[in-house]
Structures are given as C-alpha cells and as structure tokens.
Design a protein around this ligand. Structure first.
Ligand code: LLP
Length: 467
C-alpha cells in the first residue's frame, strides 16, 4: 500500500482489471490486452477520431433507459398505478440520444432553450417534454408554451404570472407542476443537494400551497401536481422515501381544492465511479420509492397519483468512457509521517475542460491503460490534465501499471454523464467529439471542435485586427 493512497483505495492484484459496475457493459480486454468497447478496439477508435475522445456504449444507454422505464412501470403497476420516466437531458443530450430515449419509451426533461431545441430537433413530441429551471426566460417560456410542451415545472411566484400571461396571449392553457423543497438534505455533495431549505430551487412546502391556489385561479394555467428533486448521485432509498412522504402530506391537502393527478419525484440515482461505490439496482430503487408512496397514500386514504421520475446520470453515466493519450509521466516524492512516498503523475491531453467534475466536486474516477495490458507492479497514480491549474485532475487516485509511458492510451470510466455536458473551452482548448459505438461500428454524435471553431468567435480575426 502506498501511504499516499486514500483509505478506500486498495492496491489491486491486477492493475488491468475492470471493476464491475464502473465500466460500460460491452467493455473487454482483447487477447492482446487492449480495451475494446462496443466491439471497437481503443486503438482503432483513436486512429479514426484522435484523443481525447468520449465514447458511449450505445446498447448500454438504450438498455439502461428501457430497464429504468420498466422498473418504475412495474413498481407502479403492482399498486394499480402508473409511472413514466423522463430522461434528464442535462446529464448529456444530443438529438441522437433524445431519439434513443423516445425509442426506449421515455420522455425527455430539458432545462434550457438549447436542450429544448435539441429535443425538438430530434423529433421528440412536445407533449413528451418537461421543462425545468429556476429562471427560465420569457422567450424560453414563450417557445415552450407555443410548441405545446407537456409540462413546465414552475419554480417561483413570478414565473406563475409569466406563464399565465404568455399562455393567455397565445390562447392556450399550460400544464404545470410546482417544484417544492421537501426539506430533505440528500446525502451527497452540497452542490448536488437540491431540496434543503437554503438554496434557489422551488417553493417551501408552505409557500407551495398558496402558489397552487394562485394557479387554480388562472384560466390559462393548469395545475397537475407537485415536483421534488432531492439531489444527485444518491445511493439509498431513504432520502427519496422521506421526501415523498413530506410531499404527499401537501399533496393530500391540495386534493381538497381540486384534482392533483401527478407527482414527479425527480432523479438523482447514483452510479459507481469507483469499485467502492455501491449503487442500488434500479429495480430496488423503483420498488422502494414506489412502495413508500403507495403505502403512504393508503395510510392517508388517497389515490396514488401517476408518478414521474427523471434520472439522467443513472441512464448514461456508466455507458461513457473517455480515451486520452499520455503525454508525460513524472514521479513526485511526497513527505509522509514516517518518511516519504512517490505518486506517479500521469499527464494526458485533456482535463478539466472535458471533465470538470473532479475539480468542481472532488469527484473520484477510475482509470486503466487502454492500449495494452501490463504485468508491471501497480503504482499509485494521479491522472492530470494539460490545463494551467494544479486542480486540473482527471483521476485523483488510481493504481495503474507502473510502466505506463507517453503514448499509452488511458481510459477513464463513467464519464457519460455531466462530462461532455459541462465541458468548456478553458485555456482555449477545443471540446472533444463524442462517438457512439455499437457492434464494431463507431459514429460521431457530437463533432469535436477545431481551433478554427474557437478562432471564429474572435471578432479581431473574423472582422479584421485593425477594425
Ligand atoms: N431533475 C432535476 C430537477 C435535476 O435538477 C436533476 C439534476 C435531475 C433531474 C437529474 O439528476 P441525475 O439523475 O442525473 O442525478 N453536475 C452535477 C449534477 C447536477 C445535477 C443537476 N440536476 C454532477 O456532475 O454531479
């Protein structure tokens, strides 16, 4: 054991192994030791598309989407109820992914004009789109109402009036959910928890009651139910249960003033980024949450509303890997309590611009050499990027074969959610392409940026330096 390793990371017997749950379903090592995903060898992918490159296992995404829908539908059907699943596009959305979701029987949840237009361009029927956001602009709301969006999740009293005015002007009526903070602080990173009191989203349970009363006065806005999302990357069911029970208390009170046909309990189901993460199976989560809602409804003597869920990460996260090329390696000696130890810095050709999660949340990841297997003894490594910041970490702690050298390809696991979606051009680095692989074939679903794309925004270049 390297004393610099965190307690959770044990030295593997084989630093080529692929921890279950962490990697895409189709990942394998070929006879020669190279990684392949979707039937495509890492070297072939890189030959065709370069590095860094984000690779999505298409079958994995499609299967997770279907499985999630089936899990919630089955859980609700056991209580004679219904459930529908929205894919949270913020995790990562392109037109192709939106179509995979529709084909798998899911709906799509969007939270900006860009996501909305992507879903519409993909041909997602407007009534299968839900729209979120704490500060949707008037023009975003106009577009959403104009195309006949299924539901808009209302986040503030001001927004109720805006939606009403727009719907009235357009001569239509808009279905809305009211987002509430249930007061449950999910057991996750502070930035990822969204239902505790002191943050920007939604209404408190008390405020929501008057918000609903106001909506019910308005002829162009139709109240269909409450919405609560407690946070993201959550492993157990207890937070969801507690939250559902608090929301149902309000739901029951609201029934006195009219129908409340729906309840949306958000997403947030966690995935394994490292071998020590233990996410629940989606079927167990679905059963646990839906059973809790059904029991609570029975205890209150009310009918179970139609349920909706909106997971993003748990559908696409583990389906993605990012391939990088190693540029330099450097052992760094660090003093410890009883001497010193080495950490091997492995620098790759991407970093916080293609995955900001380690820098932003201290997120941990797993990595392996993708281009070959190696018998070398494992070395405690830190995979870092090429940006001008010491916090530019790709994988903070991982044992990699100690003979890793420049030119090796490194694969980082579980980058399907919130990596490409949150990518930036920091340091004027172009954002990498995203490809989908399946049955030995690869195709670009989001093209990579070029230096010319970056320069094209600079008016000094496009309009002349002497302007
Ligand atoms: N519904 C609402 C209202 C949300 O705000 C979110 C995520 C989701 C659904 C989907 O959550 P998921 O199932 O993907 O956990 N950038 C962070 C995650 C932020 C999530 C924001 N909202 C990260 O990289 O971990």
């Amino acid at each position: 054991m390297n004393p610099l390793a965190p307690a959770w990371l044990t030295e593997p017997d084989d630093a080529n192994d692929l921890a279950p749950l962490v990697w895409p379903d189709s990942i394998k090592r070929t006879k020669k030791g190279e990684l392949s995903v979707g039937g495509m060898k890492a070297s072939k992918i890189v030959e065709a598309f370069g590095t860094p490159i984000m690779v999505l296992d298409e079958q994995h995404v499609r299967e997770r989407a279907e499985r999630t829908r089936r899990a919630f539908e089955a859980a609700a059907a056991r209580h004679d109820g219904s459930a529908r699943v929205y894919y949270a596009g913020k995790a990562f959305l392109t037109t192709e992914i939106a179509r995979w979701m529709i084909q798998a029987g899911l709906n799509v949840d969007v939270c900006s004009r860009g996501e909305l237009e992507t879903a519409l361009a993909a041909g997602v029927p407007a009534d299968r789109i839900g729209f979120h956001g704490n500060n949707k602009s008037v023009s975003e709301l106009e577009r959403a109402i104009d195309v006949g969006l299924g539901t808009i999740v209302v986040d503030s009293p001001i927004e109720i009036e805006r939606i009403s005015a727009i719907a009235e002007r357009l001569g239509t009526s808009q279905r809305v959910l009211v987002r509430v903070r249930s007061g449950v602080h999910a057991d996750t990173h502070d930035f990822l928890a969204t239902a505790h009191e002191d943050q920007k989203f939604g209404f408190s349970l008390e405020e929501a009651e008057s918000a609903v009363a106001r909506i019910r006065e308005l002829p162009s806005v139709e109240f269909v139910g409450l919405h609560c999302h407690i946070g993201s990357q959550i492993f157990g069911v207890s937070g969801f249960r507690e939250s559902a029970s608090r929301v149902l208390e309000l739901h029951e009170r609201l029934l006195e003033g009219g129908p409340v046909p729906l309840m949306n309990l958000g997403g947030g189901f966690g995935i394994a980024y490292t071998r020590v993460d233990t996410p629940a199976e989606i079927e167990d989560l679905a059963d646990g949450i839906v059973d809790a809602v059904a029991n609570e409804c029975a205890a209150r003597g009310i009918e179970m509303p139609a349920l909706a869920f909106e997971p993003g990460r748990s559908i696409i996260g583990s389906a993605g890997i990012t391939l990088y090329e190693v540029g330099t390696t450097k052992p760094v000696t660090v003093e410890t309590d009883d001497g010193s130890a080495d950490r091997l810095y492995v620098a790759v050709d991407g970093g916080m611009s293609d995955n900001v999660r380690p820098a932003l949340y201290g997120a941990q990841y797993s990595a392996r050499i993708a281009s070959r297997a190696s018998d070398a003894a494992p070395a405690l490594a830190r995979v870092v990027g090429m940006h001008c910041e010491s916090g530019d970490i790709v994988v903070d702690n991982e044992y990699l074969p100690g003979d890793i050298v420049p030119g090796d390809l490194v694969a980082v696991a579980s980058t399907g959610a919130y990596s490409a979606a949150m990518a930036s051009n920091y340091n004027h680095v172009p954002r990498p392409a995203v490809i989908a692989v399946r049955d030995g074939e690869a195709r670009v679903i989001l093209r990579g940026e070029t230096i010319n794309d970056l320069l094209a925004r600079d008016t000094g270049i496009t309009e002349g330096l002497d302007r």
